[in-house]
Design a protein around this ligand. Sequence first.
Ligand code: GTP
Ligand code: MG
Length: 252
Amino acid sequence: MERKRTEKKLKERERLKKKKEEMERRISTSETKIAQLRAGSGDLRIVLLGKTGAGKSASGNTILGKKAFRQLLSSRSVTSVCQKESAEVRGRQISVIDTPGLFDTSISNEEIRKEIVKCITMAAPCPHVCLLIILLGRFTKEEQEAVKIIQELFGEESRKYTIVLFTRGDDLWKMSIEEFIKDSDCSLQNIIHQCGDRHHVFNNRNHGDHTQVTDLLDKINSLVAVNGGSFYTNEMFQQVENWAVSESVFLY
Ligand SMILES: Nc1nc2c(ncn2[C@@H]2O[C@H](COP(=O)(O)OP(=O)(O)OP(=O)(O)O)[C@@H](O)[C@H]2O)c(=O)[nH]1
Ligand SMILES: [Mg+2]
């Protein structure tokens, strides 16, 4: 009799435990949904970073759906200063901050670094996401170095807020971006991995393909939801400010 009672108690305890777990799972799902809804509303500030000629300005134009930035096939860098442009996309105010590319032939990387840091103030109060623009193709030493410099500038923490955006998706033909990544150099795979395996691809020549923009915005929303808002903690902002002071860069 006593054994039966204990078994019944254990079964009841097990049932309650399962019920509690189910409730916790439902709460967590609802919280994620609420965070995603929050992340999908309000303005969105995006910073574009990458090597010169990677397609930063072209990607900014694709996101905003207009020719806001000067994009050009050129042997020299086209964008020399940070530029902020905005538009309403899917009923939402989106601001894109375009930056000069590293490895310009006429300006030193040091000068470009100083200019890039200014983009942080343009994305005031803070950027929500950084898009690391990489041209599909060979991932050369210069590309690797550009990524390294950007990570040095913005700190390791910034990886949590970065999505790798490949351009020249038209060159993929029938290959998927996943197949391309799988076959690519391990240094490129490492960078994507460091950025939480977040990546996307644009064909900036296909202005009619709006899904490439809406898909990217969905990925950004999920990222913002996970991160709980825009990035740059006080500590990180302080790092940029300290660097600016030591290099005599005027941020404001
Ligand atoms: N076919 C193709 N060309 C692209 C794509 N994205 C960019 N381009 C071309 O690549 C060239 C360089 O693009 P930009 O957007 O000016 O590059 P950027 O990174 O802003 O360059 P800088 O301002 O010099 O740093 C331009 O001729 C673009 O039209 C793409 O997805 N497909
Ligand atoms: Mg440009």
